[in-house]
Design a protein around this ligand. Sequence first.
Ligand SMILES: *Cc1c(COP(=O)(O)O)cnc(C)c1O
Length: 355
Amino acid sequence: MSNWEQNVRRAVPYTPGEQPQESGVIKLNTNENPFPPSPGVRKILDDFDTDRLRLYPQPDCSALITAIAERYGVKHSQVFVGVGSDDVLSMAFMTFFNSDKPILFPDVTYSFYDVWADVYKIPYKTCPLRGDFTIDPDDYKQPNGGIVFPNPNAPTGVCESVDMIEDVVKANPSSVVIIDEAYIDFGGESCLRLTEKYDNLLVVQTFSKSRSMAGMRIGFAIGSERLIKYMNDVKFSVNSYTMNTLTLLCGRAAVQDEEYFNKCCGEIINIREYSKEKLKDLGFELTDSKSNFLFAKHKTAKARDIFESLKERKIYVRYWDKQRISDYLRITVGTRGQMDKLFCALKDILKGWTL
Ligand SMILES: *Cc1c(COP(=O)(O)O)cnc(C)c1O
């Protein structure tokens, strides 16, 4: 009998939202952007010379890093890029969370944090959000081995102020604080400027949501030169070539198209605010989401039932059978047309139930 399994690194993997393959689906379940990427990305793909694929990509990713550094007004040496922000966050966990003390994050939050903590054997403790799903900064003033939370938070959409984040960062000079700004471009205020003042703050963003490039896999972190150096040391100890040649070029084209980016984000914000009103009219209660999704609870109907009924009509939203959030649906903001179809379906479903 072999017992090699006793030495296996055990993991309970993250469950991503469904990617249904059937046609005619309205997909509002994984916070993808309904608009195409910048036309500049199209041009890169059309003009790409496949002979370039013989060569390794730039190991320092400088084409993309320079463009990000320029856009955000920081030094090249303050930017780290990875295969989506999941890769960036995972590298940051591995690099910075090495204490015997627990790392801290909210009880209701992005469900990848506990998965990384478990796989890297990082002790963690969750801090309950207040009743209105806001974060109590005092929870983050206890001994800890690091802090991470998204702002706006997922899946609630609730956005904290830069002052609140500064309060947490300032109180923790012996820990790295990671702020996951996956949704910050939809109306929240980024805490990026705090990285000039605090060398223990790492801000992580992604091209998956606001830049419509979830399929390309680009994420980045901005922080002090020391933080970024430590992350690069770990990254180059694991895999030097995480970003491929085409991704670097497409990412650069996207980040250089400020006008298109502003237009798309503005449009999503408008549709989101319109959708809040529509959902309220249908009997939903909502958080004041500052992201590209809505977090909604119906006054009488059960979230799971609505979720199932919508799915039968090929409308996919996200539902978690988890403590504190099992009454809620998370609905990605789609195009105006998609949202109107959703409201029609909801009206029809709810009419049948409340007669
Ligand atoms: C979507 C998301 C990410 C990861 O996005 P990538 O596609 O890996 O860049 C990270 N954090 C939160 C909170 C997210 O919602």
